[in-house]
Design a protein around this ligand. Structure first.
Ligand SMILES: [Zn+2]
Length: 321
C-alpha cells in the first residue's frame, strides 16, 4: 500500500510533458495498492479547458467524492498528476485477471474527450498509449493490466470510445521498445509536425499500421541523414587537413570535396531516400483502406462536465468510496 509518487518521473522518462497539480502528493487515500490502469474519457464539453476538467476531478460530484482520478490527459497530449493516492473512478468494479476490485487497486486516467463522438487527436491518443505503456513498464505489468472503463463498468459506462483491444496492442508494441525507442530519434518539433500531419489525414492512421510505418520510416531516414552528415563533415575535415600539409590548391580541394559529396549522394543517401519512399507507400496503402468510424458513446446519458456527474455515473455511496 503506497502512494504513487513515481507518476511524474515515470511519465517524464517516457518523453511526455507532465504538469503537477498542487497538492497531488497528499491527495487521495494512501490505502492504495494499484494492480491495473483504467482508461477513461472525461465526457465533459467538447470545448472544455484543461482547467475545467481538472477542477471536476478535484471537486468530485455528489456521488463520487474527490479526487476522481490520479491522472488527467489533455487534448494536446499533456499530462497532469492530480493525486498520488486512491481515487474514485471505477466504484467497486472488478479488475479481470487480477483477483482485485475497486478503486484501491486501479490507477485512473481521465482524458479530455466528450465521449459523444468527438474524435481523438493523434497526439492525444499516442500520448495516452505512451503514458500507459510507461506506467505498465514501471510497475512490471503486461498490457493485459490495461482496461477501458467501459469494459469493467457495472453501471453501463461507455468510455473511452476507442477500441481497447487495439489500444492494448499498441501499448504492448511500445513496451516492446520499437516505437518508443524510435520516438527518441525525433525531436519534439518533428514529432509534433508529424502528428499534425497525421491528424490532418484523419482517424484512419490510429487504426492502421500506416502511422507507425511513417514514424519508423521517418526516424530511420532522419537517423540515416544524421549519420551521413556526420560522415561527410568528418571526411571534409580530413580533406582540408590533408590539403594543408600537401599543398593542394583550393581548386583541387574543392574537386575532392565534390567527389565525396557525390559519393554520399549516390549510395548511402539513396538508402535513406528508399526508406522515405517505403514509408510513403505504406501511408498511401493505409489511406486507401476503408476508414472505420470511431466508436460513439451513448449520447443519451451525458450532460454535465464530467462523466462522474453524469446520470449514468450515479453510484451507491458505497461504490463511490
Ligand atoms: Zn470512466
Amino acid at each position: 500500500m503506497a502512494r504513487a509518487l513515481w507518476l511524474p518521473n515515470v511519465l517524464r522518462s517516457a518523453g511526455l510533458t507532465v504538469h503537477e497539480v498542487s497538492g497531488w502528493r497528499t491527495r487521495g487515500s494512501e490505502t492504495f495498492d494499484p494492480v491495473a490502469v483504467v482508461a477513461h474519457a472525461t465526457a465533459g464539453s467538447r470545448n472544455s479547458s484543461d482547467q475545467d476538467e481538472i477542477n471536476v476531478l478535484l471537486t468530485g460530484s455528489p456521488t463520487a467524492p474527490p479526487p476522481i482520478a490520479q491522472l488527467y490527459l489533455g487534448r494536446q497530449g499533456h499530462w497532469w498528476v492530480v493525486a498520488s493516492g486512491r481515487c474514485n473512478h471505477i466504484g467497486n468494479a472488478a479488475l479481470p485477471g487480477t483477483g482485485r476490485a475497486g478503486n484501491g487497486y486501479a490507477i485512473g486516467i481521465e482524458a479530455a474527450n466528450d465521449n459523444r463522438g468527438e474524435s481523438w487527436s493523434t497526439i492525444q491518443y499516442i500520448s495516452y498509449l505512451r503514458g500507459v505503456a510507461a506506467i505498465c513498464s514501471y510497475m512490471g505489468w503486461s498490457h493485459t493490466r490495461v482496461f477501458g472503463h467501459k469494459e469493467i463498468s457495472s453501471s453501463g459506462k461507455t468510455d473511452p470510445s476507442f477500441n481497447m483491444d487495439i489500444f492494448r496492442d499498441k501499448v504492448r508494441a511500445i513496451m516492446a521498445g520499437g516505437d518508443e525507442a524510435l520516438m527518441a530519434v525525433l525531436t519534439d518539433a518533428q514529432v509534433r509536425k508529424m502528428f499534425d500531419y497525421i491528424d490532418k489525414m484523419g482517424w484512419v492512421f490510429v487504426h492502421r499500421d500506416g502511422a507507425w510505418s511513417l514514424v519508423r520510416g521517418m526516424a530511420s531516414a532522419l537517423a540515416g541523414i544524421a549519420q551521413i552528415q556526420a560522415g561527410v563533415t568528418s571526411l571534409l575535415e580530413q580533406v582540408r587537413s590533408v590539403a594543408g600539409s600537401t599543398g593542394m590548391t583550393p581548386e583541387q580541394t574543392a574537386a575532392l570535396e565534390a567527389v565525396i559529396r557525390d559519393a554520399f549522394d549516390s549510395s548511402a543517401l539513396q538508402t535513406t531516400v528508399n526508406d522515405l519512399k517505403a514509408a510513403a507507400i505504406a501511408l498511401q496503402r493505409a489511406a486507401e483502406e476503408p476508414v472505420p468510424p470511431p466508436e460513439v458513446g451513448d449520447a443519451s446519458i451525458e450532460e454535465s462536465g464530467s462523466e462522474a456527474v453524469e446520470s449514468g455515473e450515479v453510484r451507491p455511496a458505497s461504490e463511490a468510496v
